[in-house]
Design a protein around this ligand. Sequence first.
Ligand code: 4NP
Length: 237
Amino acid sequence: MVRVLFVCLGNICRSPMAEFIFKDLVKKKDLSSYISASSVATSFETRGEDMHIEAKAKLDEKNIPYTKRRARRLSKSDYKQYDYIIGMDESNINNIMRIIEDDPDKKVYKLLDFTNNTRDIADPWYTGNFTVAFNDILEGCKALLDSIIKKYEIDTGEEKLSTPEILKKIDNNIYNFTKITPNKFQVSEYLALASRILDIDMNISAFENSEMTDEEMLPSLEEYNKEINEYLFRFKK
Ligand code: 4NP
């Protein structure tokens, strides 16, 4: 089991959002029995509190499940219980180091260190902006999960294809929505393929499980399709 601990100042906004976003990504890849996640604070300020109401609202908006929780502070003994200790900003890293004192196994990272654009995740407790926090956390969690899958060579059951191979497959299957209406099965295959190379926030299982008719799916599908087509166009240039 690979164990991930997300850390922020209060453990009521960013780190619990990261915990539930990450768990959702892990579940969608069917890896919940290989990768676990939890979250803690560096301060005692909000001890015992549940997640912030606006953090919950953001997760609801994105259909990401969460459970009731109680904020807890990081302790020195957490170090040996986890494989990754992930802070949200530089000040979290400083506070983590003060508590654990040493990082001999190089377990401590900032979440966005896993992306190509490392930076802090601004604290929505102060900025009030839970949308930016959510988007940054999602970007970091996706990159962290990819990195874990690579490092531990976890088999995700996905056919291994290079980006040009995926693009070719998509290109061969691209739907002309003025001519045909693909069924749900075709749509989810198409989106799953596209989501492997595009940073599109798509909820594939929502399509599969929804009560929507094929026709009702079209408007959102057309949005995705526009983005996929633009990507193909840029790639071919
Ligand atoms: P978080 O935000 O670190 O993203 O959970 C905060 C929440 C509460 C406080 C500070 C930051 N506080 O001081 O109460």
